[in-house]
Design a protein around this ligand. Structure first.
Ligand SMILES: [Zn+2]
Ligand SMILES: [Zn+2]
Length: 133
């Protein structure tokens, strides 16, 4: 069975935690972000388990729509200039509390996401210490 890793992330702009203990998903704090679509804006809670794509939101999302994500603390947009290698939508970039970052595609239904480390040796070690890999 695959080991499930629950990620703790923070905003790359203001450094505040994006974890929401008040709205757990699968028993873990969810990742709370503000979102905006063509029609409406609201809040989304993403499951913090790596490779789990469950979410809760009050915004109706169309399949394959590109969503603009922003930080609930500083309101800065989290969609980056990096494009998704699968569908060409902007990637959304969040920082891991332990160092490194996690990127996910801003298009609904696209499953492209990955964890990346800039200082691989120390960040990866911290990651394994924190998540018991
Ligand atoms: Zn922020
Ligand atoms: Zn994509």
């Amino acid at each position: 069975m695959k080991k499930h890793i629950s990620l703790a992330v923070k905003c790359p702009h203001c450094g505040k935690s994006l974890m929401d203990k008040e709205a757990p998903l699968h028993g873990k704090p969810s990742i709370r972000l503000n979102i905006q679509t063509q029609q409406s804006r609201g809040v989304i809670h993403l499951c913090s388990y790596y490779e789990c794509f469950d979410y809760k939101t009050d915004v109706p999302l169309a399949q394959e729509e590109i969503v603009t994500f922003s930080c609930p603390h500083c309101n800065k947009i989290l969609n980056s200039h990096e494009k998704c290698k699968i569908c060409d939508a902007p990637m959304v970039s969040l920082l891991l509390q332990t160092g490194g970052r996690v990127s996910l595609c801003s298009r609904t239904g696209c499953s492209n996401h990955y964890v990346a480390f800039e200082d691989v040796a120390t960040e990866l070690q911290k990651f394994y210490e924190a998540y018991g890999g």
